[in-house]
Design a protein around this ligand. Structure first.
Ligand code: GLN
Length: 479
């Protein structure tokens, strides 16, 4: 299987492959592997083949195609595609059909990408293992007794197992980067506001961001350049300045010599696997050989990132999920109930799994009038301090490097009954969302046979530098 969209694109143009052949190969891989992996909640076989046929006809008539045209991609089932189910892997939305396209879907459709299916997630994107799905866990293609990370674990697994070339996920506290690390794929969380969230089922709106999974950094860059940009349907989406737009040739060609990367001392805590540490040291060594300079930096409020996230995020969750009331959307116990209160209670009790319930309760508590100031108000102040930590550090360095996850993929069932252990999965990823900056996880060679990723972060809208640095290491894997 070819693992680069540029190479596939070339093969379409020089007619060594047809789109139908590539799409069929991906669909057949889904048929043979997905029984075991369960990355998909739904596969669009016929529609994908039909679309492939149309592009093949266009090509045979001498038509030109864009970089994503005819490329099989998968989409996290929290993103709306008109006319298809959007379940967020919840019983609440099990029978809900989207009535419009998310902006990223409109853009991908316009670019001619072929959506082969929707991927599994932790219910409403809450989790770090994809075990919280109401429709069963996703398994890691590298070792099916292990988790693929989460919440976008269906997306990461679909790319890792060659069941899609690209996947579109969402990241509120690490849900693109951590599953990328655990499956050996590239996962990019753009700057908050770079990609429209319109049509993403909201988890915590001030932190949510859509981004791509890919086999390599250049493919992720191509995908971002298609899906990014200001959108009148999302007031938080940003108008990109000319200098902030991606230049993919630039990413490929740029020298990293002289760039400065900060190593934040607070991230090098006890409890990082020896293998993860070793592979990061090797990455740093490789960068040094390429002329990158390293400096130790300090992000003093790092230890408060997870507690702060687990106040702000549930507060927004409790607000966002209030719309699931048994009347407006999804599962409804209206017929079985005596009065309005009962409709709410019965529909919500039946529709939500344990993790959304836990977060709704936590969020409602931290927003309640007696506790608002001491929890939510305080957390917003600490968020500001975390942001300022980054602002200070980016005066000195171009990027920051950390592990993406403290360890490799854990066993299915290992943490599922220990929510706090699961929350600590996000220890290296949540600060990025709290600060609104971009982050990427890039695979490295693992020592124990399981995938490992490292994380790079840059200042707001500095994706060009982020991807240039990421690509400098990534391309060595292919040399
Ligand atoms: N694992 C984190 C959580 O459970 C992050 C989830 C996400 O980014 N959607 O909240």
């Amino acid at each position: 299987m070819i693992r680069s969209i540029e190479t596939i694109h070339e093969s379409y143009i020089n007619k060594s492959h047809t789109v139908t052949k590539v799409v069929t190969e991906v669909l057949d891989t889904i048929t043979s592997k997905d029984g075991e992996i369960h990355a998909y909640t739904e596969v669009f076989r016929e529609q994908a083949l039909e679309q492939a046929q149309i592009i093949d006809t266009k090509l045979s008539q001498g038509g030109s195609i864009g970089i994503l045209e005819g490329i099989p991609i998968s989409v996290k089932d929290a993103i709306l595609i008109e006319g298809y189910k959007a379940t967020a892997s919840s019983r609440m939305l099990e029978n809900y059909t989207a009535t419009y396209d998310a902006t990223v879907i409109t853009k991908l459709k316009n670019a001619g990408a072929i959506i082969v299916g929707k991927t599994n997630l932790d219910e409403f994107a809450m989790g770090a293992s994809t075990e919280n799905s109401a429709f069963g866990a996703t398994h890691n293609p590298a070792d099916i007794s292990r988790v693929p990370g989460g919440s976008s674990g269906g997306s990461s697994a679909s790319v890792a197992a060659d069941m899609a070339l690209i996947s579109i996920g969402s990241d509120t506290g690490g849900s693109i980067r951590q599953p990328a690390a655990l499956t050996g794929t590239v996962g990019l969380k753009p700057t908050y506001g770079r990609v429209s969230r319109f049509g993403l089922i909201a988890m915590a709106s001030s932190l949510d961001q859509i981004g791509p999974f890919a086999h390599n950094v250049i493919d992720a860059a191509h995908t971002l350049s298609i899906i990014e940009g200001q959108d009148s349907m999302d007031a938080t989406s940003a108008q990109l300045e000319q200098s902030q737009l991606l230049d993919i040739e630039g990413i490929r060609r740029a020298e990293v010599k002289g760039l400065r990367i900060g190593i934040p001392k607070e991230y090098f805590i006890d409890g990082i696997d020896a293998d993860v540490r070793k592979s990061l040291d090797e990455v740093i060594e490789t960068y040094k050989q390429l002329g990158v300079e390293f400096v130790e930096v300090s992000l003093p409020h790092t230890e408060y990132a997870v507690p702060t996230y687990y106040i702000i995020m549930p507060a927004e969750v409790s607000t966002n999920l209030a719309r699931f009331d048994g009347i407006r959307y999804g599962l409804s116990e209206l017929q079985q109930s005596q009065d309005l209160q009962e409709v709410y209670k019965a529909s919500r009790a039946k529709g939500f799994g344990n993790e959304p319930l836990r977060r709704i309760m936590l969020g409602t508590y931290v927003l309640s009038s007696g506790y608002y100031a001491s929890y939510y108000g305080k957390a917003k102040q600490v968020q500001d301090m975390i942001r300022k930590d980054f602002t200070e550090v980016f005066k000195e360095v171009d990027a920051i490097i950390t592990p993406t996850s403290p360890h490799t993929a854990f066993k299915i069932g290992e943490k599922v009954n220990d929510p706090v252990a699961m929350y600590l999965e996000d220890i290296f990823t949540v600060a990025t969302n709290l600060a609104g900056i971009p982050g990427i996880s890039v695979p490295t060679l693992s020592h124990n046979g399981l995938p490992i990723g490292f994380q790079l972060m840059t200042n707001h809208f500095q994706e060009q530098t982020l991807l240039t640095l990421a690509n400098a290491i990534d391309k060595i894997r292919y040399e």
